[in-house]
Each structure stands twice: as structure tokens, then as C-alpha cells.
Write a protein that binds this ligand. Structure first.
Ligand SMILES: Nc1ncnc2c1ncn2[C@@H]1O[C@H](COP(=O)(O)OP(=O)(O)OP(=O)(O)O)[C@@H](O)[C@H]1O
Ligand SMILES: [Mg+2]
Length: 569
């Protein structure tokens, strides 16, 4: 972290000169683990950079050779294994076996929940494994393995073995570039890619220029998935092990209430804006046959790679609002979600899938029969070095203008598209009004903020403003510990979820600007309180409301933590 501060004080000329000399890997600034990957290509540009006329000729928006951005990986001839097949076919299981037997390695997952699951599994198998996500660093003594979210991939370290799970995400509009970065940048002797067969031709094309060897291994489902011919029709037919899928939180709570009103079942809920630790506990409760929750009501937050004890998936709708419009679910989305039913070695060896309404059945059936469309292009995004070098030629441009320029002018090869950065642009528009360095602006832009959530975006604005004014951001300037309460309404619940996001953002920033965001511990303990209060709300939502011993203890714990926190501050 000291290097961050060091770097902020360096003059731009020194940075470019040092990048020139070292050709990448020395500075640690970027997304995830902040590893910069100044490229051979960039280096070639930089060799000319001392001459300003030559610099002006360099086109930093040329992103046609992203494989050259990772000199460390290019020094290796990697053995790449593509494990592809339908859901629940043992792809991740096989790759993890290789990771477990390797001398050092990294698992890169698309979700925090999956990174947690893998770290837990490796540690349980006596393979010490660190957990690293944007907001967590859990280091285990003697660990030579890491389980991380893909954004955290370190492209400057050497690994014996690396896994990128759900590689088809390379085609994702927003996060695809993080998968491309890991694919091109991980310096591993063995690189295992798990996912949908739709990614095979694209990965093969992309890796033609890297000198790696590629083997493709196809997998079959380990247990059957049966599409039902009849719809569920009514919640009175809900059974233990069912998972009802719907896409808005309002609908999730409405359906939970309807199902529980029947008096036969108790529901866990999983959806995107619940704190991840709450999602895991809700899923664990549903998985645990001895708990009183036996039905799951969830959004597509359960859709990727997770192993749940689901017997039957019931789509309440096959449409979702994707932030821009209401649209039909895509074939891969339907398959991913349906694939959560009947997981191999779970309580339900045969999975079933159906819809609530008969009208949706034809689309469900045809989607399950249809192969996922082959991916044609992978996401790519300019790294900080490129943005920075470009900014040196256009010193008056703010980060918004720079990003827009890259979006409009990037040169790409036929296998790539430039990742959508609408969210970054929303932050950039606010951050540009503050007197911050490009690097700091970039950090705030890539931080995990949801700009459409008022509380979350206000939190970010406040953090950035205080940071810019004082260089120091104390959490209690915007948040009074000890004031959190169990929500009594859905509006209050939503507010608490947003407060959790702001605290999560503080923790994220504290890992990157450690001295300026010193209250990580307080933010983490308040985050834990938020999740506990949310869970208490969820427990109180049921058809029975037993004030169990566990609940009372939990309440006591909350008040203890609050007291402790109050004493501390
Ligand atoms: N050979 C095996 N022995 C025991 N359990 C296995 C084996 N193969 C897979 N499993 C178990 O089966 C379940 C599904 O496997 P896995 O998660 O690897 O599937 P996947 O193909 O990666 O699915 P998805 O596409 O949904 O991610 C997991 O719980 C896994 O632990
Ligand atoms: Mg998997």
C-alpha cells in the first residue's frame, strides 16, 4: 500500500520513465490487486515517450494486441485446459482437484460466494488457502494457494496452477474484460478454464497468438435434469426442496409471504442486494435439512456455479429488468439457473425444472434444448497506464472525457469489444468536480458503488469529497455507530441493504488507500451488524415467529457489538 502513496507523489515524467525501464509489473495500481500490466506494446510506445513529438504520434487507444500487455505470462508456455459442458457436470470439481494437488495456485471465481466456497473447501482438504476479494483478505499461515474474485487476479505472480471459473463470462458486457485480463495475464504453468462450450472457439482464437497449448475436455451432466410438462400453477403445490425464481426483491418477498401463508413451508431468500454473508447464510439454512427453512425464493443471484440442495426450479417469470429494459432471459441464463436443480451428490439426485405459468413453458423447454450461442468477442478495457499516458497528452481532460474518448476511439481486433463503462462514467461525472489525481479518480470510478442506489452514491460522493478535502476519511463523519436497528418495513430493509453497501465501499477503499481510510475494523463490524439485523428481519417475516434462544443470543450479540463500538469511538 505504501507504493500507492509513493506513486501519488511521483511526477508523471518519473512514472512514465520508470514504466519505460521496467516494462510493467513494477507499479501496483489497478483494479483488483492493482497490478499494472504496462505492455510490451505500451513499452514500445514509451521508448519514444521522452520526445514529445513522438509521443503525440503514439495512439494509446490502440487496443488491438491486449496479449502483449502481460509480459510475465508471455514468458511462459502455458498448458491451457478448457473444461466445458452443461451445468452440474463436474467441471469445477475436476479443476479444483488439479489445484489441490499443485504446488501453488489460484482459483478465480465470478462471485464472492464462490470464492468463499472454494477457500473453505481447500482449507478443509488441508490445502491452506487465502481468501482475497475486493473487500476481504483472509490470510492462512503457510498458504501457497488463493481463492479470489476474478477482478483480483494478480498478473505479476507465478503459479503452478490457475483456474478461471465460468469462463463464458468473458463475453459479459461489463465484466468480460476482467475475465480477458485473467485469461491473458495469469502466469501459470497450467491454466484451467471451466464453463460453457460456447466459449471454446473464441478462447482458441484469442490464445492463437500467445504460444500456449490448449486441450478441450467435454463433460456430461452427472445427474439428470428433467423439464416438466406441467406448470406449477399455484403455490399450494410447493414442496420441500423447491426454489422459486423471480427477479425483483418486491416479488421475492411477496412470494415468500404467499408460500409461508400456506403454513407448510418456511422460505430462505437470496437476491443480489442482500449482503453476501446474508446470502450465504440463507443458502446454508436452506441446504441444511435440520433447519426449518425448506424452500428457497431467489433471483438469478443463485445462477452461477453454486451447489444448493434444490430439487425443483420454478421460474415465476422468464423476463427480467436488466437495468435498461425488461427482456426475456437468454438461453445461457435459463440453463444456468435451471442447472441449480438436482446437483450431483446433493439431497436430490434428479433435478426438475418448470414455470409457475403454462404460457412460459414453451420458451423454457426450447431454451433448455438449444445450445448457448457461440461467443464471438471478449471484453477488453484500457488499463490505468494507457489512460494515464493518454491523459499526459491531454492534461485538461477529466477522467470522464478520457473514458469517453477511449469508448469512442478504441481500436480493437475482431475478437474483442470494449467493455461497457456506463457505471464508471456516472462516477467519473461526479469525481471530475473534485481536485483529485487521475489515479485517485480512477480508483473511485472502479470502486463497487451502485450509482442508481441513492444512499450508495451519496456515500461515494461523501467519501471522495472528504478524501479530497482532508486526505483522511473517518467513518463516523458520515455514519453513527450504534444507531442501526432491525428494519420494520421493506423501505427500512432496503435502506439497511444500502447502508451495508456504503460500509462495504469503505472497506474496499480502505484496502487501497489504507492511511486515508483507517476505520476498516469499525466498518467491518458495522457491516456484520447490518447483516445480522437483516437476518433478524427475515426470520421475523415467517408464518411462525418463534423467539428462539438463538435469536435472543443474536440480539444480545448485536447490542454487545454496538456497545463495544460505542466505547471505542
Ligand atoms: N467426481 C466427483 N465426485 C464427487 N462429487 C463430485 C464429483 N464431480 C462433481 N462432484 C460434485 O457435483 C457437484 C457439481 O459439480 P461441479 O460444481 O464441479 O459442476 P460444474 O460442471 O462446475 O457445474 P456449474 O456449471 O453449475 O458450475 C458439486 O457438488 C461437486 O462437488
Ligand atoms: Mg462450476
Amino acid at each position: 500500500m505504501a507504493s500507492l502513496f509513493f506513486r501519488r507523489r511521483l511526477s508523471p515524467a518519473i512514472i512514465s520513465y520508470k514504466s519505460l525501464l521496467h516494462g510493467g509489473g513494477e507499479f501496483y495500481l489497478l483494479q483488483g490487486n492493482m497490478a499494472t500490466e504496462a505492455s510490451f506494446g505500451i513499452c514500445n510506445c514509451l521508448r519514444k515517450f521522452n520526445s514529445s513529438t513522438a509521443a503525440r504520434k503514439v495512439d494509446f487507444t490502440d487496443l488491438t494486441r491486449p496479449h502483449t500487455w502481460y509480459p510475465h505470462a508471455r514468458k511462459k508456455s502455458r498448458n491451457v485446459f478448457l473444461h466445458v459442458g452443461p451445468t452440474n457436470s463436474g467441471k469445477t470439481y475436476y479443476a479444483l482437484k488439479q489445484l489441490e494437488s499443485s504446488s501453488s495456485g489460484v482459483y478465480c471465481g465470478p462471485l464472492r460466494l464462490l470464492a468463499w466456497e472454494v477457500a473453505k473447501r481447500l482449507n478443509k482438504s488441508n490445502v491452506p488457502c487465502d481468501l482475497i476479494t475486493g473487500q476481504e483478505r483472509e490470510e492462512v499461515e503457510g498458504a501457497r494457494h488463493k481463492s479470489i474474485t476474478v477482478e483480483m487476479a494478480d498478473v505479476t505472480s507465478d503459479y503452478d496452477c490457475a483456474i478461471i471459473d465460468e469462463i463464458q463470462m468473458i463475453g459479459c458486457r461489463t465484466r468480460g474484460s476482467s475475465f480477458t485480463r485473467a485469461l491473458l495475464g495469469l502466469a501459470a504453468n497450467e491454466l484451467h478454464l471451466c464453463g460453457d462450450a460456447a466459449a471454446v472457439p473464441l478462447v482458441q482464437e484469442i490464445l492463437k497468438v500467445t504460444g500456449d497449448t490448449i486441450k478441450v475436455q467435454y463433460y456430461e451432466r452427472l445427474s439428470p435434469l428433467v423439464p416438466l410438462k406441467v406448470p406449477l400453477g399455484s403455490f399450494s403445490k410447493i414442496r420441500t426442496g423447491d426454489c422459486v425464481v423471480t427477479f425483483s426483491r418486491t416479488e421475492i418477498y411477496k412470494m415468500k409471504k404467499q408460500i409461508e401463508a400456506g403454513g407448510m413451508h418456511r422460505c430462505s431468500v437470496v437476491y443480489g442486494s442482500l449482503p453476501p454473508e446474508t446470502r450465504t447464510r440463507q443458502a446454508t439454512m436452506f441446504n441444511d435439512a435440520s433447519s426449518n427453512s425448506d424452500v428457497l425464493v431467489a433471483s438469478d443471484a443463485i445462477g452461477m456455479g453454486l451447489n444448493l440442495n434444490i430439487s425443483r426450479i420454478i421460474f415465476s417469470t422468464l423476463q427480467k429488468f436488466d437495468g435498461v429494459e425488461v427482456r426475456d432471459l437468454t438461453v445461457p441464463e435459463i440453463k444456468q439457473i435451471a442447472g441449480r436443480a438436482g446437483r450431483y451428490k446433493s439431497n436430490f439426485p434428479v433435478g426438475e425444472v418448470t414455470c409457475l405459468n403454462a404460457d412460459d413453458l414453451p420458451l423454457l423447454h426450447s431454451s433448455l434444448d438449444y445450445p448457448s450461442p457461440v461467443l464471438e468477442r471478449a471484453g477488453v478495457f484500457p488499463n490505468f497506464d494507457l489512460l494515464y499516458m493518454y491523459s499526459r497528452l491531454h492534461p485538461k481532460h477529466g477522467i470522464h472525457e478520457i473514458l469517453e474518448h477511449f469508448m469512442d476511439n478504441a481500436k480493437l481486433s475482431e475478437h474483442y469489444f470494449i467493455a461497457n463503462c456506463d457505471e464508471l462514467l456516472k462516477v467519473a461525472a461526479i469525481i471530475d468536480t473534485l481536485p483529485l489525481s487521475l489515479h485517485d479518480k480512477y480508483l473511485f470510478c472502479i470502486s463497487p458503488v451502485e450509482m442508481d442506489d441513492d444512499i450508495s452514491s451519496q456515500g461515494l460522493t461523501q467519501f471522495a469529497t472528504n478524501y479530497s478535502n482532508n486526505g483522511l476519511v473517518r467513518l463516523r463523519e458520515i455514519f453513527t455507530p450504534g444507531t442501526l436497528k432491525v428494519p420494520t418495513s421493506h423501505t427500512a430493509l432496503k435502506e439497511l441493504e444500502s447502508i451495508h453497501k456504503v460500509l462495504d465501499l469503505y472497506v474496499w477503499l480502505s484496502y487501497r488507500l489504507e492511511e486515508s481510510f483507517p476505520d476498516r475494523e469499525l466498518a467491518s463490524s458495522q457491516k456484520a451488524i447490518c447483516s445480522m439485523l437483516i437476518e433478524e428481519f427475515l426470520e421475523g417475516q415467517g408464518w411462525q415467529r418463534p423467539r428462539t434462544k438463538r435469536l435472543t443470543q443474536k440480539s444480545r450479540l448485536i447490542s454487545l457489538i454496538s456497545q463495544e463500538t460505542r466505547q471505542k469511538f
